[in-house]
Ligand binder design. Structure first.
Ligand SMILES: [Zn+2]
Length: 378
């Protein structure tokens, strides 16, 4: 099985087009045409992680954080550790693929998984994505309606939450008069024609729009299909940032802090106190999501769990919400379990015996030193 087949399946769930515009998800190094013998999953491709992948004969590496995030102008393999790492990847004929903010923004992705690990119920997005939807409207003779609508659906159009093939169809009358050079599928050229047509409306995300329009034009019988694309202000029900849900039973602030430590398997978390009330509604976002603090407060969450929180941002949240920085690594590492499940689902479907290895080595560079002398540098 090629890397491309695996990637195509994965991207159906977490399309790179949904990622933050300055992100760099997708193929990092290597070739999607490579025949995969074993898959290696890790949050970051460190040298140790790469050595483990090599030792285990894995030639397809999936990372969450892109191996190449900032533009690379030269590969100085002597002075630049990243360049050295890339060289090693190529030397061992390995393909590296990353799913970053597309995995963050997808349903059941990074933040949904964090919410599940914290035992939240009724999980939904904290903030759905804006400006990602379009209405594609095309006017089509009834005899071609099914062909054209199926073409748009197959290109990813017409998905709303748990429903697919969603469309609206309205009968009307189309008119046209072809020039002497026209070749009309219906009627004659240089003659004013009146044709019964259906106005077909389908919702299409930005990342499927090009594909959907091409497929629609290909399936349409007319030489010049008439269609409109309307950018929508609707929020995307299927993609968003962070997640929010409720605990089964309200707990005290201290109990919740303990719960976060236990669930995320960490000894140390940073926090600012909340309103000193019970914690029931909880907002989360894996990784650096301080920007969502106001969203969490406005949705009346009692606690917000994220990472990389700055001093002044803690001040902004203090006494409004129990604001927890549980660590970048700790809030994201569990998402590899979902990626593993997703890939295993595909491999099972295809009756493939390709194995997936999740990196278990030390992935978190952040340590906490304390007076007891724990975490002393060996
Ligand atoms: Zn991250």
């Amino acid at each position: 099985m090629t890397a491309k087949e695996i990637i195509t399946y994965f991207e159906n769930w977490a399309p790179p087009g949904a990622a933050w515009e300055r992100d760099n998800p997708g193929l990092q190094v290597g070739s999607t045409a490579c025949e995969v013998n074993k898959i290696f999953l890790c949050l970051d491709l460190t040298e140790k992680a790469l050595d483990t992948a090599i030792a285990n004969n894995c030639n397809f590496i999936f990372t969450h954080h892109p191996l190449i995030f900032y533009p690379v102008y030269k590969l100085d393999t002597l002075n630049n550790p990243k360049a050295k790492l890339i060289q090693k990847v190529i030397k061992h004929d390995i393909t590296v693929y990353s799913a970053h903010t597309n995995l963050d923004f997808t349903k059941n992705g990074v933040s949904y998984e964090l919410a599940k690990v914290l035992n939240l119920k009724n999980i939904r997005f904290l903030k759905n994505l804006d400006d990602t939807l379009n209405k594609l409207t095309v006017f089509v003779p009834e005899s071609s309606l099914e062909k054209v609508s199926e073409a748009i659906f197959s290109a990813g159009g017409g998905i709303i939450g748990e429903y697919k093939k969603c469309s609206y169809r309205l009968s009307g009358t189309g008119t046209f008069e072809g020039s002497e050079y026209a070749n009309p599928a219906v009627g004659e050229k240089e003659k004013f024609e009146t044709v019964p047509e259906i106005r077909l409306e389908v919702l299409v995300s930005n990342w499927n729009l090009g594909k959907a329009v091409s497929a629609m034009i290909k399936a349409h019988p007319y030489e010049e299909p008439a269609f409109d694309i309307y950018p929508l202000k609707n929020q995307n029900p299927d993609f968003g940032m962070g997640a929010i849900g409720e605990l089964e039973k309200p707990v005290t602030e201290n109990e919740f802090l303990e719960h976060v430590c236990t669930s995320l398997k960490t000894e140390n978390i940073r926090f600012a106190k909340g309103k000193r009330g019970k914690i029931k509604k909880v907002a989360v976002c894996g990784g650096s999501c301080s920007d969502l603090l106001n969203e969490a407060i406005s949705q009346k969450a009692d606690a917000f769990v994220t990472a990389d929180v700055k001093y002044h941002t803690f001040q902004d949240g203090e006494n409004k919400i129990l604001f927890i920085d549980a660590g970048h690594y700790e809030t994201e590492i569990f998402s590899l379990n979902v990626v593993k499940e997703k890939l295993e689902e595909f491999l099972k479907q295809r009756k493939s015996n390709i194995k997936i290895l999740k990196y278990k080595g030390v992935g978190n560079p952040v340590k906490f030193y304390n007076k007891k002398g724990e975490n002393q540098i060996a």
